[in-house]
Design a binder for this molecule. Structure first.
Ligand code: AMP
Length: 180
């Protein structure tokens, strides 16, 4: 198990930019593009995740559209395992399984290919950049079980603690950093 040192935490934390009132009034958007273009911060983060998950005996990483694709793909490559995209509705070309989830206004839908996890009962890490209400991750975890995969943990770079999104996820939850 890898413990993130205070110094490494600072390097990652200070590379993420707050954008107030985006995409709407009252929301503080956590912009990870400034983490991605900072090689030291990205490497520090990925080294930590690689150390944490190398002993998990994972078969795949499932990344959530779209920022989960970035961290999930890098980690999958480092762990020498496959990567599976969980996409917004209408983007995947083959037969899909879908799950709807509630947004503040209306509903959204995500999908995964029906044969996304060729290994039976695959051990899968679900990954996204941030957990807020947990609605997206909950729907993604439920998609994984619909296609026969076993979500062993859901991993986020940032967790908005005050929204308590983790309580809704039917799997262990790990966040690298928390916002109170
Ligand atoms: P939720 O379903 O409420 O947990 O929202 C999680 C999804 O919305 C993730 O894919 C995040 O990338 C995105 N998201 C929600 N809130 C924020 C925020 N304050 N900053 C950046 N991304 C966010």
């Amino acid at each position: 198990m890898s413990i993130l040192s205070l110094e490494d935490k600072k390097i990652i934390e200070s590379s993420i930019r707050d954008i107030p009132n985006f995409p709407k009034e009252g929301v503080v958007f956590k912009d990870i593009t400034t983490l991605l273009n900072n090689p030291k911060a990205l490497k520090t983060l990925m080294n930590h995740l690689e150390k944490r998950y190398k002993s998990y005996d994972l078969d795949y990483i499932a990344g959530i559209d779209a920022r989960g694709f970035i961290f999930g793909s890098i980690l999958a490559d480092r762990l020498n395992i496959g990567f599976v995209p969980v996409r917004k509705k209408g983007k995947l070309p083959y037969t899909t399984v879908a799950e709807k989830y509630a947004l503040e206004y209306g509903i959204d839908e995500i999908e995964v290919h029906i044969d996304a996890f060729p290994k039976e009962n695959a051990r899968v890490l679900l990954m996204d950049d941030l957990i807020a209400t947990g609605g997206t991750a909950k729907a993604a975890a439920s998609l994984l079980s619909k296609v026969g995969a076993n979500c062993v943990e859901a991993c986020f770079i940032l967790e908005l603690n005050f929204l308590k999104g983790r309580n809704d996820i039917d799997a262990d939850v790990y966040s690298v950093m928390q916002v109170n």
